[in-house]
Design a protein around this ligand. Structure first.
Ligand SMILES: Nc1ncnc2c1ncn2[C@@H]1O[C@H](COP(=O)(O)OP(=O)(O)OP(=O)(O)O)[C@@H](O)[C@H]1O
Length: 240
């Protein structure tokens, strides 16, 4: 049985513009966790620390993995995809980079394409894909090596409503024994996706719980059309 967890202990990151993330102490287990916050709340900063592409000012973040699988898949906010490559060529290259053994590479690419609903686009070039398909290819690139921890930074930004629904279904189906963390500031993403919601405001955790618990935080005077919108509006202003 898998026991994958992302564990943060007193994690902080300070920038010289005065912004400070944390201290965060979080234990995130398998399933989909949505990291929610207004622009500048610290979501991408957290992702860069969790992906170990940036170092904390203090504290620790580590993946505790119950098996020996590859550690990390990371979809940054603006992934770079090679326009002239086909989906298959690109993912085969990524699988090689991620040290998927050559005998298993073809199957890994097939699995990743089918998990994101791009099986029929296998031989299509990246430049011929729609925006939504490119986002899904970005996710395929993050999951081709079946990582224990999957970090998706604002995967639904820039998509039309239909594409967002499709992508949410793709992400919801990933779940399983992976720790999946999705950053978003879109309320409908949270409702469609989250097993757990962590709301950040100005670098601090102001809510950590499930969607039902989040809805209970709504107050009638807050802006928004639903309890979820009203509670998030409240929380985003919480540390202001
Ligand atoms: N490399 C950096 N150097 C200095 N300051 C930074 C750096 N990266 C982010 N910041 C600052 O840290 C704060 C948090 O930024 P961050 O990008 O983590 O927020 P975010 O929640 O991801 O926002 P958005 O939704 O706009 O992407 C901001 O004040 C930002 O200006």
């Amino acid at each position: 049985m898998s026991a994958n967890r992302l564990v943060c202990e007193e994690l902080t990151k300070t920038y010289n513009n005065g912004f400070r993330l944390g201290p965060l102490s979080l234990d995130i287990s398998a399933g989909v966790t949505c990291l929610v916050g207004a622009n500048g709340a610290g979501k991408s900063t957290f992702f860069r620390l969790a992906a170990t592409v940036d170092r904390p000012t203090s504290g620790t973040v580590r993946l505790e993995s119950g098996d020996s699988r590859a550690a990390l898949g990371y979809l940054p906010q603006e992934p770079t995809l090679p326009p002239a490559a086909t989906c298959e060529e690109f993912l085969t290259y990524v699988a090689w980079l991620q040290k998927v053994p050559s005998a298993a590479r073809k199957q890994a690419v097939t699995n990743a394409l089918s998990r994101v609903g791009l099986a029929e686009q296998r031989t299509a070039t990246v430049r011929s894909l729609s925006g939504g398909m490119r986002r899904r290819l970005g996710i395929a690139h993050a999951i081709v090596h079946d990582p224990a921890l999957l970090l998706l930074d604002e995967p639904t930004v820039g998509l039309d409503p239909r594409q967002r629904i499709g992508l949410r279904e793709t992400i919801a189906n990933l779940g399983g024994d992976q720790v999946v963390i999705v950053s978003t500031h879109l309320v409908e993403d949270i409702r469609g996706l989250a097993d757990r919601v962590v709301v950040l405001s100005e670098g601090t955790v102001v809510f950590d719980g499930d969607v039902a618990g989040l809805e209970q935080r709504a107050t009638p005077d807050a802006p928004g059309d639903t309890d979820l919108e009203r509670s998030i509006a409240n929380l985003m202003g919480a540390s202001a």
